[in-house]
Design a protein around this ligand. Structure first.
Ligand code: PEP
Ligand code: MG
Length: 574
């Protein structure tokens, strides 16, 4: 029976394909038969994954961060105990051998059996250990996926796969960059959550906050995802299918036409030049940025180098990644943000014990209480600056003290390189992200000591409106057009201009076509966004005139009625 589901659109376009259901713990659990002669190899692969998770947990236990709550060690011990239990470490081997199946599948079968037993337990404490079992299985599953022998799902042209998940972490989504899914949809998530942000960079149609998709859609069912409207059509009839095939074709034609703008300068009709940079998560993303004509990298979210791994990248590995991006951009500016870990990008696994992770030890706050880890990155960034035009960007600054401490650490990293006679760009520019309302309001603290600013509207809106960007139940309150947001933005652009400090905007607002003229009118000349949006935004810049945009943008700034604001925005975009 055909039916439709509605969610929040994250990334536009239309995908038609077969559903592949995944959950946290069975990320890409494909089932395949293993020939009898290869069963020993398969059990060895399973043992190696269990062993590597054991190492990982033991290492984690030995290096518990000073900031970790007291229960943290106990939590690792419980995970080690679960992992070492024969129900998890040996029973899947038996399933591999008797069912002649792959290790991932055997692990999933065993997890389901264990969870069913947990559900039947009366004791609340023991029942809650269910989550721990899932988390341990998830670790082993991820280790298996990284082991030789893993067969990725077939996603050839004839059988496109659409991932259907209850929820995904940013770390899960970044893994999809290596696999070719046609689309993905989730039950949970907000439009500027990091999961959605990474999804946008995959440039495939995606929708979040569908609520019951995971429950209602069956494995392998044919579905249509309209990522522009936020609609999923399950089991479509022939008429709907033809209609969407046509729309898909038109969408692809439009994209092809846009490619012609790749080498054109982004200049408004009245001659103002606009800088359009790309946001990236990993060095591989540079290719897409160049294909779409980016004139620089405006935001490299370096923390993605730290996700999906058991050992953090050392200085040399980081240096190689930053150098590669700088060299591939061939002298164009590359703005690398120091790692913004914590909150939903939780490598220390401590955030689940914290009531308010978005207000806790995140980004620069985390760096400053762990200067050793931060210094490794600063040295790597400085070393890489010798090979291109690298700017260093500090996330989530809120106070003068944080800025001063950061600058001291940068000076310290420079001194250590000087002592070793390691070259670096002595003119390397240091910038700050403006994403906390306090920083926007007290901008002078930052303009006085920094070379440039970059406004992170995803967080600036979250913190100004007190709306959790990852929580779809409050997604309707997340409003870039809220008068408080507009006035903060106008204030930042104006104050930075007065202080002659360049300012960019790198939040999702920069890639939102409906807001380009408004931002231009408010004074923004430097946008950074996911590569997929670059050509659309360039086209809009080419069709805009500042002399027309400015008066309407200023009227919007004085308006507080939400309906009238939308009307004015329509006029601006007409
Ligand atoms: C932002 O907050 O707008 C931003 C660009 O950073 P992130 O989305 O990674 O928090
Ligand atoms: Mg941010």
């Amino acid at each position: 029976m055909s039916f439709a589901l509605h969610g929040i659109p994250v990334s536009g376009g239309i995908a038609i394909g077969h559903a592949h259901l995944i959950s946290h713990a069975n990320l890409e659990t494909a089932h395949y038969l293993v020939p009898p002669g290869q069963l020993t190899q398969e059990t060895t692969r399973f043992d190696a994954a269990v062993e590597s998770v054991r190492d990982e947990l033991e290492q984690l236990r030995a290096t518990v961060p000073a900031t970790a709550p007291a229960e943290f060690v106990g939590f690792i011990d419980v995970h080690l105990m679960i992992l070492n239990d024969s129900m998890l470490s040996t029973e899947p081997r038996r399933i591999i051998e008797t069912e002649q199946c792959n290790a991932e599948w055997a692990l999933k079968v065993q997890m389901d059996a264990l969870l069913a037993q947990f559900d039947a337990i009366e004791d609340t404490y023991l029942r809650e250990r269910r989550t721990d079992v899932i988390q341990v299985v998830e670790r082993v599953m991820k280790a298996l996926l990284g082991h030789p022998g893993y067969m990725p799902l077939q996603t050839d042209e004839g059988h496109k796969l659409i991932l259907v998940a209850h929820d995904l972490s940013p770390a899960d989504v970044v893994q999809f960059k290596q696999h070719h899914f046609a689309s993905f949809i989730t039950d949970l998530g907000g439009t500027t959550s990091h999961t959605a942000v990474v999804a946008r960079s995959l440039n495939i149609p995606s929708i979040v906050a569908l609520h019951h998709a995971r429950q209602l859609i069956r494995e392998n069912e044919l579905i249509i995802v309209d990522g522009t409207q936020g609609v999923v059509i399950v089991d479509p009839d022939q008429q709907a299918l033809s209609e969407y095939q046509l729309r898909q074709h038109q969408f692809e034609l439009e994209r092809l036409k846009l490619k012609r703008l790749r080498y054109m300068r982004a200049t408004t009709l009245d001659g103002f030049s606009v800088e359009l940079h790309a946001n990236i998560e990993l060095p591989d993303d540079v290719a897409q940025a160049k294909e779409n004509g980016a004139t620089g990298i405006g935001l490299f979210r370096s923390e993605f180098l730290f996700l999906n791994r058991s050992h953090l990248p050392g200085e040399d590995e980081q240096f190689a990644a930053y150098r590669r991006v700088a060299e591939e951009m061939e002298g164009l500016p590359v703005t690398i943000r120091t790692y913004d870990l914590g909150a939903d990008k939780d490598i220390d696994q401590v955030q689940r014990f914290i009531t308010n992770p978005a207000l806790g030890l995140r980004a620069i706050r985390l760096c400053l209480i762990e200067p050793e880890r931060f210094l490794i990155q600063l040295r790597a960034l400085l070393r890489a600056s010798h090979y291109g035009k690298i700017n260093i960007l500090i996330p989530m600054l809120a106070s003068a003290r944080e800025l001063d401490q950061t600058l001291v650490l940068i000076a310290q990293a420079k001194q250590s390189l000087d002592a070793e006679e390691v070259p670096y760009d002595r003119e390397v520019k240091i910038g700050g992200m403006i994403e906390v309302p306090a920083a926007a309001l007290a901008l002078g603290i930052f303009t006085r000591k920094l070379d440039f600013l970059s406004v992170g509207t995803n967080d600036l809106i979250q913190y100004t409106l007190a709306v959790d960007r990852t929580d779809d139940t409050v997604a309707h309150l997340y409003d870039p057009l809220h008068p408080a947001v507009l006035s903060l933005l106008a204030h930042v652009f104006k104050t930075a201009e007065k202080a002659s400090v360049p300012v960019a905007l790198c939040g999702e607002m920069a890639g939102d076509l409906s807001l380009t003229r408004l931002l231009l009118g408010l004074g923004l000349r430097h946008f950074s966004m996911h590569s997929a949006h670059l050509l659309d935004i360039k086209q809009r810049v080419l069709q805009s005139s500042l002399s027309q945009a400015k008066p309407l943008a200023l009227r919007m700034l004085r308006e507080s009625d939400p309906d009238r604001l939308l009307l004015l925005l329509d006029r601006l975009n007409a």
